[in-house]
Ligand binder design. Structure first.
Ligand SMILES: Cc1cc2nc3c(=O)[nH]c(=O)nc-3n(C[C@H](O)[C@H](O)[C@H](O)COP(=O)(O)OP(=O)(O)OC[C@H]3O[C@@H](n4cnc5c(N)ncnc54)[C@H](O)[C@@H]3O)c2cc1C
Length: 403
């Protein structure tokens, strides 16, 4: 009779099974409702699978998790991105670190990761029951009764790795677990504004974006898209502000500094242009390091005509232009999904979990890993890293208990 059930054959579930060893593997079943495993891994990272991030210090790593920051520190102390790299490389998967620290397989194909995980699970002799979704789970003595459409089973230990779909949550609530209701995280900001109209594709290497009402700020690349604003700075704000922006119905204002200088510094610069480049046409001479099209758009917005030279700039023009460059306010109305890479905040309340073992505090022998927990990160390989680290910890704990 099998002892261990893993509910959900995604990244987290497969990583538990891949680390469980042969002895326990032969006593383990994965229940997966779909007819193939690891579907999100397949499509992840635009088909390349951003497996992790080269941030090797757990204290720094946790800063990328708006939810889970405190709890994950001990989990990353047990298994961090360096361990992930070692784990895959020991199994023949060559990895590479890209300039922005994201880690991908050298093959640039997520299938390399999928195949590696499937092989390890098979090597451990874990049974995988495809197209067998778990309908309910109930406590039964020291273990749990699991019902699928095929039959009812009993297991001593159950690992829940059902991902972010709330469908399974009613079962968890019935077991007495607290659930934080889902809200989207990682999205881009919709904005219709004459200053950015027709400018999609223009990017700023380092912008400062703030949501004053939520007291949130982020720095990083900023991109003007068809719908509004995207890029790392916006995605970071969307993750850290997930709850409050949801409450606001995704209607709020952002303030952007496009030039990484204070308003006073920009005023000084523009004033010196007025004195030293007096005869130069402003529309033609953009003193900043961003595309001319945005410069012209801002000039038109503040009423600086194409015929004007720097000498024609009034004090009001200078003030307005410096304001637009350093504290431009944009109204955001709504959000869009980032490259289909939707991540949800919400899930099993972290207060219910013992992060030394990933077991529910009130329900020993019931373990959780992956997006079913109220943990999420910004984009960059961090969401998978949480799955690998939590999954590894569970496998270690089970091995200690049984072996
Ligand atoms: C398009 C896209 C791209 C992404 N790219 C990246 C990336 O490059 N890097 C990164 O770090 N993160 C990425 N993410 C996020 C990452 O994919 C998730 O954080 C991760 O897959 C979560 O893993 P999981 O095992 O918790 O859940 P999932 O991968 O969602 O797996 C859960 C599994 O459980 C099954 N299941 C659910 N309910 C039941 C049930 N009742 N019975 C049986 N089975 C059930 C589901 O069918 C599924 O197979 C991406 C997400 C998306 C959507």
């Amino acid at each position: 009779m099998k002892k261990i059930a893993i509910i959900g054959g995604g990244a987290a579930g497969y990583f538990v099974a891949a680390n469980i060893g042969k002895e326990l593997g032969s006593s383990t079943v994965i229940f997966e409702q779909a007819n193939l495993p690891l579907q999100k891994v397949r499509v992840s990272g635009g088909g390349r699978c951003n497996v992790s991030n080269a941030c090797f210090d757990p204290n720094e790593l946790v800063e990328f998790y708006p939810r889970g920051k405190k709890e994950l520190r001990s989990v990353f102390n047990a298994f961090q991105p360096g361990d992930t790299m070692g784990w895959f490389e020991d199994r023949g998967v060559a990895l590479k670190i890209e300039e922005d620290n994201r880690i991908f397989p050298q093959s640039n194909s997520s299938m390399t990761i999928v195949e590696c995980l499937m092989k390890e699970v098979e090597k451990n002799g874990v049974e995988v029951n495809f197209s067998e979704g778990v309908l309910s789970i109930k406590k039964s003595g020291e273990g749990f009764e699991i019902e699928t459409k095929k039959q009812t089973y009993f297991f001593e230990k159950v690992i829940v790795t059902t991902g972010s779909t709330p469908k399974f949550w009613k079962n968890l609530k019935a077991l007495g677990l607290d659930i934080v209701e889902p809200v989207p995280s990682l999205f881009t900001f919709n904005c219709k504004d004459p200053r950015i109209e027709g400018l999609m594709g223009i990017s700023f290497d380092q912008a400062e974006v703030a949501i004053p009402k939520a007291k949130l700020e982020a720095e990083g690349a900023l991109l003007i898209t068809h719908w509004g604003f995207s890029g790392p700075a916006v995605l970071r704000l969307s993750a850290w502000g997930a709850l409050v922006l949801h409450k606001e119905g995704y209607g709020f204002s952002i303030k952007i500094n496009f030039v990484q200088q204070s308003k006073e510094e920009v005023l000084d610069l523009l004033f010196s242009k007025k004195m030293n480049d007096a005869k130069k046409h402003i529309h033609k001479y953009n003193p900043f390091d961003f595309p001319k099209r945005f410069w012209i758009s801002l000039l038109n917005y503040v009423g600086i005509k194409e015929s004007m030279v720097y000498a024609d700039l009034s004090k009001k023009h200078l003030e307005q232009l410096a304001g637009e460059l350093t504290e431009g306010v944009y109204a955001i109305k709504g959000k869009s999904t980032f490259k289909d890479e939707f991540v949800t905040a919400g899930g099993v309340d972290l207060k219910s979990i013992n992060f030394q073992t990933m077991q529910a505090k009130a329900l020993p022998n019931l373990y959780f890993a992956g997006e079913v927990l109220n943990i999420d990160a910004i984009t960059g390989g961090f969401n998978f890293q949480a799955c690998w680290s939590e999954g590894y910890l569970i496998a270690q704990n089970l091995r200690q208990k049984f072996e």
